[in-house]
Design a protein around this ligand. Structure first.
Ligand code: URA
Length: 208
């Protein structure tokens, strides 16, 4: 499985703002969107293009546009929702699927509670959004949900990754391209990423 660490200076600067415990909800939400937009730019580098004719005000020209059906953006609820609007700014014609998974506090295993995907998902590139790749249980389950609906091309965008999460994605879904902005060294006893940035959903939605 290809893992890409997006270490662009702008992303690393913004990630430090997210890590800061004193960053409030308004700023946190804004910066998550900014990072998501920069990640989208990086992760869509290899989208296929097709050549088309276009009339400029001066003369006929050849241009290139994204080939085929537009991608489907798939936030894993709840925290993934914080990245959606940023991607839609760059890919306004994208479809949006939703996958609802929560981590059972006892078993720490993912439990599905909602799922809605477009019927033609097999013909679209899926951009799966889950800001925190901790144990990898949720992201792996979400990728499996998409595959069960026929998805064949999946990119996973996580702001932060961890070694166990990356290992799990590698063994469960070697075909999924994973993009992270940083890999933190460990998880605590509640499966939070250390040092991490806390609970991404709570910090995006102000429920802490
Ligand atoms: N989910 C979060 O929001 N934060 C973590 O550190 C791990 C999982």
């Amino acid at each position: 499985m290809p893992i890409t660490i997006i270490d662009h200076p702008l992303i690393q600067h913004k990630l430090t703002i997210l890590r800061d415990r004193d960053t409030g909800v308004k700023e946190f939400r804004k910066v998550v969107g900014e990072i998501a937009m920069l990640m989208c730019y990086e992760t869509t580098r290899d989208l296929p293009l097709e050549e088309v004719g276009v009339e400029t005000p001066v003369a006929p020209a050849r241009g290139r546009i994204i080939a085929g059906k537009k991608p489907v953006i798939v936030p894993v609820m709840r925290a993934g929702l914080g990245m959606v609007n940023a991607l839609l700014r760059l890919i306004p014609a994208a479809k949006v699927a939703h996958i609802g998974l929560y981590r059972d506090p006892g078993t720490l295993l993912p439990v599905e509670y909602y799922c809605k995907v477009p019927p033609d998902i097999a013909e679209r590139d899926c951009i799966l959004l889950d800001p925190m790749l901790a144990t990898g249980g949720t992201a792996s389950a979400a990728a499996q949900v998409l595959k069960n609906f026929g998805a064949r091309s999946i990119r996973l965008l996580c702001i932060l990754g961890s070694p166990p999460g990356l290992d799990k994605m590698q063994s469960d879904h070697p075909d999924v391209n994973v993009y992270v902005c940083a890999i933190d060294p460990e998880l605590d006893e509640n499966a939070y990423i250390v040092p991490g940035l806390g609970d991404a959903g709570d910090r995006i939605f102000g429920t802490r």
